[in-house]
Design a protein around this ligand. Structure first.
Ligand SMILES: Cc1cc2nc3c(=O)[nH]c(=O)nc-3n(C[C@H](O)[C@H](O)[C@H](O)COP(=O)(O)O)c2cc1C
Length: 181
């Protein structure tokens, strides 16, 4: 069975990221593949290279190894991705390779600038990012710029994103040599 991780990319207290991730998950109930939330905050990853204790980094890599593709939930911080997401991306290598991903971003301009930065990073990690992209506006999809309140206009686009991530994740499984082919 193909498994897709919904990677929640922000970790701060009071973040909107977890609600956005849960919304993405709620839209997957009619899909034929498995989706799960993979919350970076749950792994408490050390900043790369700062400790010899690699227990959480190993757990992180094991989780990524169990997944075929990803939907990244991306907050825009200073026109880029969060430091927490960059550190989580840097904390694995082979476990990312030859997989597919879609991006759900949010910010005042829909998180577009962070999403485009992320695409460059994903190509270095050999993750193929699909065209469909959900841009959530802090003005229109949040109340008071903080409480997530998405418009239903995103639903069709989100389904297209799932179609693309699923088909590319399955197509790339021949390169991964998975037993899930
Ligand atoms: C350090 C920081 C920098 C931010 N920079 C931007 C930015 O450059 N562009 C933008 O649209 N929003 C920016 N924001 C607003 C965030 O997009 C908004 O707070 C969002 O809810 C953050 O995601 P989170 O709640 O999951 O942490 C910034 C927020 C923080 C905390």
């Amino acid at each position: 069975m193909t498994k897709i991780g919904i990677v929640v990319g922000s970790t701060r207290e009071g973040r909107a990221g977890r609600s956005v991730g849960e919304w993405v998950l709620s839209k997957t109930s009619n899909r034929d593949v498995e989706y799960e939330i993979v919350d970076i905050k749950d792994y408490d990853l050390p900043f790369i290279g700062t400790t010899e204790n690699q227990e959480n980094v190993i757990k992180w890599n094991e989780k990524l190894n169990s997944l075929d593709g990803f939907v990244f939930v991306v907050a825009e911080y200073n026109h880029s991705i969060t430091g927490a997401l960059k550190n989580a991306l840097d904390s694995a290598r082979e476990a990312w390779n030859n997989k597919a991903a879609g991006i759900v971003s949010y910010g005042s301009a829909g998180g577009a600038r962070a999403a485009e930065h992320l695409r460059g990073i994903l190509s270095e990690l050999q993750i193929a990012s699909v065209r469909s992209h959900i841009l959530l506006s802090l003005f229109d999809d949040f109340k008071n710029f903080s409480e997530f309140n998405p418009r239903s206009i995103h639903d069709d686009n989100l389904n297209q994103l799932f179609d693309q991530v699923e088909s590319w994740s399955m197509a790339l499984s021949s390169l991964r040599g998975d037993e899930n082919e």
